[in-house]
Design a protein around this ligand. Structure first.
Ligand code: SAH
Ligand code: SF4
Ligand code: F3S
Length: 469
C-alpha cells in the first residue's frame, strides 16, 4: 500500500462542521450539560479508538459519565475476539431499552469489531430496534455525521464499509490518562490465524506515516506522558508495502531519539516477524522497556500449523534466547489458547512444557472460542468445554507457581519504577518496573509521575518495596 501525500489525510472538515452544529443541537435537546457514556470492550486498540470518540464528543460539548442509565448519548465500542465479549454487549444494549422508555431522546450507538460483522448488524437491526446507530471500525471519524443525522430526525444508521482507504489522521482525542498513553502505529491485520476474527473486522494492515507517529509521540512527551505504548496487531510488520523506508526497529530508534525521560512499550509482536534487528534496537534504545509481549498460542507444532502461525516451537524458543542474550533482565509475556479444535492432551502438554521452559512473567490465557466465518470454526472440535476447563486450570496453576517464584526472586533487587498511581492507603503509591511488574511502596503523592529506584522488600500478593536514595 502506498501512503504518499499523507498530509491530505486529515480529519475531514465536514466532520468538524457537524461537530459545530452538534454543539447547539445537543443543547437544544438535552439542556446545558449533555452527558455521554462511552463503554469500551476488548483490546488497547479499542481503548485508543474510544479516546478519539471522547475527543470528538467533548468538542460537541458532552461531559462524560460512567453510568449509562444517566447518559444522553451511549456508545458501546465492542470486541468480537471471543464469544463471551459479545454476549456481554447484547446483555448491556438490552438494558438500554428500559432507559429509553423513560427518556426517549437517548441515542444509543454500537461500534467496534463486533458491530463490524454483518450477522451482528443484522441481529441488531431486527432484534434491537432501539439501537440508533451502528458503524464499523474504519468509520470512526464519521461519528459526528452519524450523530447529527440521527438527532436531526433521520432514520436508524447502519454503516459498515470496510474499504481500507487511507488512514484518517488528526481525529480529535481526549486521552484517559496523563502518564501512560496509547499510540497506534498501524491498524488491521494480514495474518489470518485460523481462530481469529480480527482480520475480518479490522481489515488489511495499514501503517501510519512515521511523520505522524513521531509528531504524536513528541506531543505526548511534551504533555508529560512517561509511558507510551505503540499499538498494532503485529507491530513487526510496520511499514511493509509503504512508500517510506522504515521498519519497526527503525521507528523505535527514532522515537527513542525524542528528548525527555519516558518509556517506550509496544504490542503485539508476532513471533514470525520478530527480527534480531528489532531485538538489537531494543537493546540499544535506553527508553525501550525491557518487556516483550510475544504470544506463542500453543507449544505444539502440529497445532501451530493448524493455527496458521508460521513458526514452530524451536524458532520461538530461539527467539526467546536471542532476546535474553541481548537483554538479560527482559520480562517476557505471552498469549495462549487452550483447546484449539483437534488439540489433544499431548499437544496441550507441549504448551505446559514451553511455559515451564520460558518462565513467563505473566500470561494471558484463553479457552478457544469459535468465531463465525473463521476457518477454525468449522474444524472438528471433539474435546468438551469441561475437559478444556480442566486443562486451562492446570495451565493457570503452573503459571501461578512460576509467577510467584519469579516475584520472590526479585526480593533484594532494585528496579527503576515509574510511580504511576495512588496505592491502597494514604502514603502508599504504586508503579511499574521496566518489565511491567507492579510494585507498591511508601511515597508521597506528589511523586506521581516520577521514576524512582525501588528496592523490593517483600512479596505476598504483590511486590512491595522501598525508595532507595
Ligand atoms: N494480534 C495479536 C492478538 C490479538 S487477539 C497477536 O497476534 O498476538 C489477543 C489474543 O486473543 C490472541 O493472542 C489469542 O490468544 C486470543 N484469541 C484470539 N482469537 C481467539 C479465539 N477465537 N478464541 C480464544 N482466544 C482467542
Ligand atoms: Fe489475530 Fe493472528 Fe492477526 Fe493476531 S496476528 S490479530 S491473532 S490474525
Ligand atoms: Fe477485540 Fe477488535 Fe481488539 S476484536 S481484541 S477489540 S481488535
Amino acid at each position: 500500500m502506498q501512503i504518499s501525500n499523507f498530509e491530505k489525510y486529515v480529519f475531514p472538515p465536514e466532520q468538524m462542521a457537524y461537530i459545530k452544529q452538534l454543539k447547539s443541537l445537543t443543547r437544544r435537546i438535552y439542556g446545558d450539560n449533555p452527558k455521554a457514556c462511552v463503554v469500551t470492550y476488548g483490546c488497547q486498540q479499542n481503548v485508543s479508538d474510544s479516546e478519539h470518540y471522547k475527543g470528538m464528543l467533548s468538542l460537541m460539548g458532552f461531559e462524560f459519565i460512567n453510568e449509562p442509565s444517566q447518559a444522553d448519548f451511549i456508545l458501546y465500542n465492542t470486541c468480537a475476539v471471543r464469544g463471551h465479549a459479545e454476549d456481554r454487549v447484547y446483555g448491556n444494549i438490552g438494558v438500554v431499552k428500559n432507559y429509553k422508555r423513560k427518556r426517549e431522546n437517548i441515542i444509543l450507538a454500537v461500534c467496534g469489531c463486533m458491530a463490524q460483522q454483518s450477522h451482528v448488524a443484522e441481529r441488531i437491526r431486527k432484534s434491537y430496534p432501539y439501537v440508533d446507530i451502528v458503524f464499523g471500525t474504519q468509520l470512526q471519524h464519521r461519528l459526528p455525521e452519524f450523530l447529527y443525522k440521527r438527532l436531526s430526525g433521520g432514520g436508524r444508521i447502519f454503516e459498515l464499509s470496510l474499504e481500507n482507504k487511507e488512514i484518517v489522521e488528526d481525529i480529535p482525542i481526549s486521552r484517559d490518562g496523563e502518564l501512560k498513553g496509547w499510540l497506534p502505529i498501524m491498524y488491521g491485520c494480514n495474518n489470518f490465524c485460523t481462530y481469529c476474527i480480527v482480520p475480518y473486522v479490522r481489515g488489511r494492515e495499514r501503517s501510519r506515516h512515521p511523520v505522524k507517529i513521531l509528531a504524536e509521540a513528541r506531543e505526548m512527551v511534551k504533555a508529560g506522558f512517561k509511558d507510551i505504548t505503540l499499538l498494532g496487531q503485529n507491530v513487526n510488520s510496520y511499514g511493509k508495502g509503504c512508500d517510506f523506508n522504515m521498519d519497526f526497529a527503525d521507528l523505535i530508534r527514532e522515537i527513542n531519539n525524542i528528548e525527555g525521560d519516558f518509556r517506550i512499550r509496544f504490542m503485539t509482536s508476532h513471533p514470525k516477524d520478530c527480527t534480531l534487528k528489532l531485538l538489537d534496537a531494543m537493546r540499544d534504545c535506553e527508553k525501550v522497556a525491557h518487556h516483550l509481549h510475544l504470544p506463542f498460542q500453543s507449544g505444539s507444532d502440529r497445532i501451530l500449523k493448524q493455527m496458521n502461525r508460521h513458526y514452530d516451537r524451536k524458532t520461538y524458543l530461539e527467539l526467546i534466547e536471542a532476546a535474553r542474550e541481548r537483554i538479560p533482565d527482559i520480562s517476557i509475556t505471552s498469549d495462549i489458547i487452550v483447546g484449539f479444535p483437534g488439540e489433544t492432551y499431548d499437544d496441550f502438554k507441549e504448551t505446559l512444557s514451553l511455559v515451564e521452559k520460558v518462565r513467563f512473567s505473566s500470561l494471558f490465557t484463553f479457552i478457544y472460542s469459535p468465531r463465525e466465518g473463521t476457518p477454525a470454526s468449522v474444524m472438528d472440535d471433539p474435546i468438551s468445554r469441561e475437559e478444556k476447563g480442566k486443562w486451562f486450570n492446570e495451565l493457570l496453576a503452573l503459571q501461578d507457581k512460576i509467577a510467584k517464584e519469579n516475584s520472590k526472586s526479585f526480593i533484594g533487587k532494585t528496579f527503576r519504577v515509574l510511580c504511576d498511581d495512588y496505592g491502597k492507603a494514604p502514603g502508599i503509591m504504586s508503579g511499574h518496573t521496566s518489565g511491567n511488574c507492579s510494585v507498591e511502596f511508601e511515597a508521597d503523592k506528589n511523586m506521581l509521575g516520577e521514576f524512582l529506584d525501588i528496592e523490593i522488600t517483600d512479596y505476598t500478593n504483590m511486590l512491595s518495596g522501598k525508595i532507595v536514595k
